[in-house]
Design a protein around this ligand. Structure first.
Ligand code: F6P
Length: 560
């Protein structure tokens, strides 16, 4: 703990911060003018793995750029990054190493932390996950009546859900025909009811994914799933109504992913059917661990290995590339520039790739659970704003919904646009290539946001004077464009690793522990205290505040 805490630098006290403050006061962003420099686009476009990243439409000139890099140096970003990769306990409030980067290191690597080779442990588990995936995919793994598995239902929440569901959706074209995954996360019983609707219990396999194996939602859903399985199997005459038959059914239809294998066994799942991981993997950083088992089953071990390779490619880029060309560093520092100097409170992520339709939801946990903090790692208050709101929807749907506010609203909303060159489903509409029409929107939006439309240009179109102001686009709305050849498993891994490291960079500047999540605890505790008051416990009800009491009274009055 001491080492990292000792290293915290108040960013606002650095020379670079003073320089950035001066620049912010004196700089009038003018992308139209800045692009008169014919070298700007090339100078500010970078590669990381397969990702082609154009940062040129951001509100920076060379001097700001240099000051941002200087700030990264002054806060000790390189040392902190290296400490994370080495396995130092940089998650100080939980006294844990932060080693999601070890999950994707090749088998030939070795990293000894606290006396154990974590890379060897990772590959031992991966081998087990892959063997299981092969069994399910080949039909060697059979349900209790000898039928092959057709549906895998992942039960988990937060990091044990958002990553797997996002990646499964992103990699749909790679899913083995005849197999599907569904994902249950919410404790709202509707979620389980809808996700099990139409399923045959004889061909359904549940994966209970929970790092702690204590999460209320997941364990409740797992018990409901077990009841559903037993009831349906008995109803169909597939098993006898005996304890022994039930135990046998669980063995064939339930596996688990957790760091708490003792609790898995207590639930009734054979530890032989459990895949472990380690406390040095945060939930929101875990899709590349055994938490991705549903994905590994769906797309197969080879594609999953390619996915991991994608992460590792970006890890290496982050570690090996000078800051001047280091994409996660540059994107993280740009976010700091917008949050702390322009007062940006949110950041849009807009994939022009329908298969990435859950990417923004996934990023919300990654970024906001990581950097939504008001105290630093040393327990002192932060000295500047932290964590912006991340949000987004796939283009072009977002264009017809909220882009109005990005184009003409009063807030500055930096936006990342993501697209791939080659679609999974090339399609023509007459002579027109539909993906090209789609990409025309991707290119047009960042152009409109950057360069806008002046009053003179609006007037020149014959617009009446009184309407002109409403049709002016001020421009200078910052965007980053990220492109890749296609949405392969590797590219999906690269995108995730990119945002993991952007999040880390911002957390380092702000001096916070990006790897704990104490802010989610209070609500969980109160829910447990309130639960008895809802049904009948009047003494528990009396202890509540007046608003909560009145809301529960309304519930009691209207429940059927
Ligand atoms: O409540 C937040 C959280 O702890 C997340 O950080 C985590 O991803 C999620 O709950 C689920 O936790 P678990 O995997 O232990 O069930």
């Amino acid at each position: 703990m001491a080492s990292l805490v000792g290293m915290i630098v108040d960013p606002t006290k650095t020379d670079a911060w003073a320089e950035l403050t001066r620049w912010h006061a004196s700089l009038t962003p003018d992308l139209r003018k800045w692009f008169l420099d014919p070298g700007r686009a090339a100078e500010l476009t970078f590669s990381a793995g397969d990702l082609h990243v154009d940062l040129s439409k951001n509100l920076v000139n060379r001097a700001v750029w240099n000051a941002l890099i200087q700030l990264a140096n002054e806060v000790g970003l390189a040392e902190k990054r290296d400490a994370m990769f080495r396995g130092e306990r940089i998650n100080v409030t939980e006294n844990r190493s932060v080693l999601h980067t070890a999950l994707r290191r090749p088998r030939t690597d070795s990293l000894v932390v606290d006396g154990a080779d974590v890379v060897a442990q990772v590959h031992e588990t991966l081998d087990k996950v892959y063997a299981f995936a092969d069994q399910v995919r080949s039909g060697a793994w059979q349900g209790v009546t000898g039928k092959r598995i057709k549906t895998v239902v992942n039960i988990g929440i937060g990091g044990s859900d958002l990553g797997p569901v996002m990646v499964y959706e992103a990699l749909k074209p790679y899913v083995q025909p005849g197999l599907q995954c569904r994902f249950v996360s919410n404790i709202d019983p509707t979620d389980m009811a809808e996700k099990t609707a139409g399923l045959d219990p004889e061909t359904t396999l549940f994966i209970v994914a929970s790092k702690t194996f204590t999460t209320l939602e997941t364990l409740t859903n797992a018990r409901m799933a077990r009841d559903w399985l037993w009831a349906r199997l008995v109803e169909q005459g597939a098993i006898d109504d005996t304890d022994e038959a039930r135990t046998g059914a669980v063995a064939k239809h339930f596996v688990a992913v957790s760091t708490a294998l003792d609790k898995v066994a207590a639930f009734g799942i054979d530890p032989a059917n459990a895949f472990g991981f380690w406390d040095w993997v945060g939930g929101r950083y875990s899709v590349d661990s055994a938490v991705g088992t549903a994905v590994a089953v769906a797309v197969g071990p080879e594609n999953f290995a390619d996915f991991l390779h994608g992460f590792h490619t970006i890890d290496r880029h982050f570690v090996e590339t000078p800051f001047e060309e280091n994409v996660p560093v540059l994107m993280g520092m740009l976010n700091v520039w917008y949050v702390n100097f322009f007062g940006a409170r949110s950041h849009a992520v807009l994939p022009y790739a329908q298969y990435l339709h859950r990417f923004a939801a996934y990023l919300q946990q990654l970024t906001m659970e990581s950097n939504g903090k008001g105290v630093r790692a040393d327990g002192r208050p932060v000295t500047t704003d932290t964590g912006e709101v991340f949000w987004g929807e796939p283009g072009t749907n977002g264009q017809h919904a909220f882009y109005q506010l990005i184009h003409q609203g009063t807030q500055l909303i930096p936006a990342d646009f993501i697209a791939v060159v080659n679609p999974a489903h090339p399609t023509k509409d007459g002579d027109a290539d539909v993906h090209e029409l789609f990409l025309a929107n991707f290119f047009a939006q960042t152009k409109a946001l950057a360069f806008g439309k002046s009053a003179e240009e609006v007037r020149a179109e014959g617009t009446a004077d009184d309407i002109v102001p409403a049709r002016v686009f001020k421009g200078n709305r910052p965007t980053t464009s990220i492109m890749a050849p296609s949405l392969t498993p590797s590219v999906v891994g690269q995108l995730i690793a990119l945002y993991e490291h952007i999040t880390f960079v911002q957390g380092v500047v702000w001096g916070i522990d990006s790897f704990d999540q104490w802010g989610v605890e209070l609500g969980k505790q109160l829910a447990m205290q309130i639960a008895p008051a809802i049904s009948a416990d009047d003494a528990a009800l009396e202890k509540q505040d007046p608003s909560t009491r009145a809301l529960i009274a309304y519930y009691r009055k209207h429940r059927a």
